[in-house]
Structure formats: C-alpha cells, structure tokens
Design a protein around this ligand. Sequence first.
Ligand code: 7TS
Length: 418
Amino acid sequence: MNRQSHTDEPGGTSLDLATVRSLFPCLQQQIHGNPLVYLDSAATTQKPISVLEAMDGYYREYCSNIHRGIHTLSERATAKYEDVRNKVAALLRAPDPRSVVFTSGTTEAINLVARTIGRERVGSGDEVLISAMEHHANIVPWQMLCEEQGATLRVIPCSDEGDLILDDLVDLISEKTRIVAIGHVSNAIGTVNDIKRIIHSAREMGALTVVDAAQSVPHMNIDVEDLGCDFLAFSGHKVYGPTGSGVLWGRLELLEAMKPWQGGGDMIRTVSFEKTTYADVPLKFEAGTPDIAAVIGLGAALDFVNEIGLDAIYAHEKELLDEAVAKLDQVSGVQIVGRPNQRASSISFVLDGVHPHDVGTILDQKGVAVRAGHHCAMPLMKRFGLVATIRASFGVYSESEDVDSLVEAIDEVKVIFR
Ligand code: 7TS
C-alpha cells in the first residue's frame, strides 16, 4: 500500500500527512499482517507523541497532587493543570477560563448539568428537548431527569437524509421547554447540525441550551459566544488527548449560581460539621483528585491541534469524507446511511446481505479498524429501520489510501459472502 504523503496536491490541503502520521506511534503497526488502517477515530483518536510525552513527563518529573501542595512539584503540576484551562478557553473562544470545568469526558459533563441545574430548572410538566440522533450520553441523563421530575422528553425528528427536521421547531420549543440538549455532530451518521438555529429558538423561549460537542471539537472551530449556548461538553480522548479528560464549558453566571454535584476535597472553602462553604467555580465542580496527567495530556493535544489548525483539519477531513462517500457509492451492495447537508467525522453504511458485525470482523482481518454496531445511538438506528451499521470515521492522520483499503476490504467481504 502506498503510504506516501500527498502534500500540496492541486486542490488538496497543505497538511504534510507523512509527518503528521509519523507523530502517531500506534498507527505504525501491522494488524493480522496488514498495515493498520485506523478508521475509528470517532470512538477515540490515536495520540501523538507529544501527548504521550507530556503525560510521561508529569509522572516522571513533577508527579504530585494539585492545588493543595506548597512544594515545588505541586506548584509545577498546578500551573500546568491550570494552564490547560486557559488553552481550553482559547479553543472554545470562551472569554473566561473559570468557565471551563474539567470532567472525565462528555458523559460526565452532561450528567453534571442534568443533576445540578437540570434538577433546579426542570419540574413536573416541563419538557426537555433533544434530537433523534443523540448519542446515549445525551439521551439517558435527560431521560433520568425527566423521570425523576415528572417532565417529558421531546425529540426533534430526523429526515431520511439524516438531517434534523427543524421546520416544526416552533412547535417543539415552548414555554414548557426548560432545556434543549443537542449534539453538534452525529457520531453515528456524521450530520453537522444547525445548532445555532436551535440554540436561537431555545433562547427565545428562555430554555437552557446544552451542546454535545464530542464529535465537533476535534473537527472544526468552535466559538461558544457565537453559538450562544449555555453549556458545551467534549471529551479529550476524541481530540487526540488521553482518556479520562473532558470538559464542561458553562456560562460563568450559571456555573456560579449552580450548586455543586459531588462533595469532597478541593471543592470546598471551609468545612465544619455544622456547615460547608464551597470553593469558587470551577473548583466547586472538581471534587477530589482529578486525572491530572490526562488534563496535562489534553493540553499537549490542544497544542498539537492548534499547530495544524482546525481549519486545515476540517478541510483535509472533508476532502476524505467526500472521497469516501463517492467511492463507497461505487461499491455495489453498499448503502450509505444518511446523506446530510453537511458531514463531519463519520460515514455509516450497511452491506447488503451481510451483518455489520461480520463486515467489521472481516475488515479487521485486513487491518481495517471500523466500528460496527449501534454506535450508542439506538433510537437513530431504529429511525432508519436498522439495528447496526458499519462506521468509518476519520482524523487528521487519515489518508486517501485508507479509503482505498476500506473499499478493497469490502470487496473481499463480498467475495467471502457471495
Ligand atoms: N456524545 C457523542 C456525540 C459521542 O460521540 C460520544 C462518544 C459521547 C457523547 C460520549 O463520550 P465519552 O467520551 O464520555 O464516552 N462516542 C463514541 C463513539 O461514537 N464510539 O465510541 C464512543
């Protein structure tokens, strides 16, 4: 397989792919005797050396707990950890780093919102609005909240093309709507949702807005002020950072007014048996020792992303996604699930007569790593009358040859199942 860089091809992007790929040790391996073709970045991205070194550096050189130590190592670790908060704020164009809360990932960030301000704002007879293409992480916490509070979960429907149907938004968002929680990009079919429009409608009705940006932060520039949302969540491990790192960004005045959700060390100002007073945001929401190494790794990941630039990453991935759609369309028996107006991150498809899990297993034998299953979006699968799809998802290191390898491997699946 040709693994040459195709730098500066006419009409191409200016990514030096060979160099980018060389920064990812995990990509440099064979799987079942074939070069690894990693097409599962939506599940988690591979990590560049700089991220591995940043985490290693913390453990080797200044391993210590943060915020409480007065010794040199603790001060170094605290400074590094807090500097990542500044980097996240800059990434999201958030004016104040205090509005950045570290969590273990998107799931924890959404649960935090549901269990704090969610419980305060949503009462009996109220409504929470999500969409038909949410990841379970942006369904179940709201469902739990609605059950607990006697509220109703409502759903923005999805068209056959895989776009949200926003024509009836005025009917879906009313004075009863207390929270609108929407995924920016579908992890299952790759749709980029018009969240700005949804946020605008929600705000007009006084509803809080929560954006699940797990699949958008790795692929495009985000500006929380421009979006106008109240909360935004993402996972570090999907943006070239380590597992265990994640972010909840929230409007400062909301975070300040919210009660904490977990109690313990680091989130307090004073504790007595009679009364505890809480630390200021963001520490109020970061009880206990966080995953310090993971946050420091996330900082290195954001440096990596910034060095390349999200515009370049988006352009590169868009080119590959367009190419993959075009090439998969040429393969008889392949049905792409969803033809959204704008796509990022992922393409889902099924192969006539072969269960997605069988396709995934055979692709793995060829070294091609894809996801097969419901992608934690069971309601969306049901919407399309499916139980599972095969999903190919892309990252900054993905290349045209990956698409060719995918198509070749699907052809081999077809031969086996003929
Ligand atoms: N929201 C979206 C849109 C996601 O894609 C995911 C993870 C989550 C939330 C949850 O993120 P976590 O880091 O807290 O687990 N998506 C996937 C996926 O598509 N395959 O594996 C995980």
